[in-house]
Design a protein around this ligand. Structure first.
Ligand code: FUB
Length: 326
């Protein structure tokens, strides 16, 4: 059917998709998938690539959302204009809606962690992380920390990494952990119950071989997993050769702030230079979402989200993830 309005005038449309990428006609390029399971549904928050063909830059004005009752059904609700950075963060400039994630907090509300450009910043290194809150995964969103970003280069501690790609875990005991980073630098910190305040000093993560960016933390059977985009993830992988094409590698830990141990590769390099995972369990199955350049007219800056089932090798302790066949 045609566009319908849902939840405070959010435009939605129904999509049927027989195969990957989910949106493949080149009308809406989707990036940086962040999966979320809530209300019996499987959500994928995505960015939007709008670079003209041949432009080598991430031109990303807004986030989009895809929602389904069953990732294998091919039936999705698509919210093409989900949220723009400056709509919710008054201190942010338009554009650069990079990889964000929505999690459900211990208070059952939804928290949106987003890298955005801070007002007054003139270059990519002016990235900061904002947090918005809502009673629903589809908004409306309110800045949870209206005085400014919860992470910037000077707040709440001096921090010289590029502040993008946040990923958040709510542990079984209700404690909250956030990791973020790129260009080989990954930091992690515990957050207070307010979901925004640092509890202690961030740790610098080592041990994740070839870590480049796009961390994704999750937990299964008491084991912490960190998936990430890695350029030189190991001898068992094509990524060793593919300097500019990342694979999705992962490590495990027995506590939420590490130390982390490299475990392997779960997805070989895709057709876009960047790769980016979102991993969740839904109705007893595990899924990985990622992006590729495979849609019509696609490219490194015109990416599209795909989803595949993940399987586990529980004969190994801690269990390994089996490589996904694209
Ligand atoms: O989409 C912009 C950036 O490219 C993301 O922040 C990275 O993870 C990579 O996918």
């Amino acid at each position: 059917g045609g566009p319908v309005m849902a939840n405070s005038a959010l435009e939605a449309r129904q999509v049927t998709s027989a195969s990957n990428p989910i949106l493949s006609d080149g009308q809406d390029y989707t990036t940086d998938p962040a999966t979320l399971v809530a209300n019996g549904k499987f959500y994928i928050l995505t960015g939007r690539d709008t670079a003209e063909s041949g432009v080598n830059d991430f031109v990303m004005p807004e986030w989009q959302m895809l929602v389904t009752d069953d990732p294998k059904s091919g039936r999705w609700t698509h919210y093409p204009h989900f949220l723009k950075p400056d709509e919710v963060f008054k201190w942010a400039t338009p554009g650069r809606a990079y990889a964000a994630q929505i999690v459900q907090g211990p208070d059952k509300r939804f928290y949106f962690y987003a890298p955005v450009m801070q007002e007054g910043s003139t270059n990519k290194d002016g990235f900061a992380i904002g947090v918005a809150v809502s009673d629903s995964p589809t908004g409306p969103w309110v800045d949870a920390h209206p005085s400014g970003p919860v992470v910037s280069q000077s707040y709440p501690v001096k921090n010289d990494i590029q502040n993008i790609d946040p990923t958040v875990l709510i542990d079984d005991d209700g404690r909250i952990y956030m990791y973020w980073g790129t260009f080989g630098r990954l930091k992690g910190v515990e957050l207070e119950r307010d979901m925004v305040t640092f509890k202690g000093t961030p740790v610098d993560v080592t041990g994740l071989k070839g870590f480049f960016e796009a961390p994704w933390i999750f937990k299964r059977k008491g084991v912490y997993y960190m998936a990430y985009a890695g350029n030189t993830a190991g001898p068992d992988s094509e990524c060793t050769e593919a300097v500019y094409y990342a694979c999705i590698a992962y490590g495990t830990a027995t506590s939420p702030l590490g130390p982390w141990t490299y475990r392997g590769v779960l997805l070989d390099p895709v057709s876009s230079t960047t790769s980016h995972p979102g991993i969740s369990e839904f109705k007893g199955k595990w899924y990985v979402a990622y992006h590729t350049a495979d849609a019509k007219g696609g490219g490194h800056f015109r990416r599209s989200v795909a989803v595949d089932e993940l399987s586990w090798d529980d004969s190994v302790n801690p269990p390994l993830i089996e490589k996904v066949e694209q």
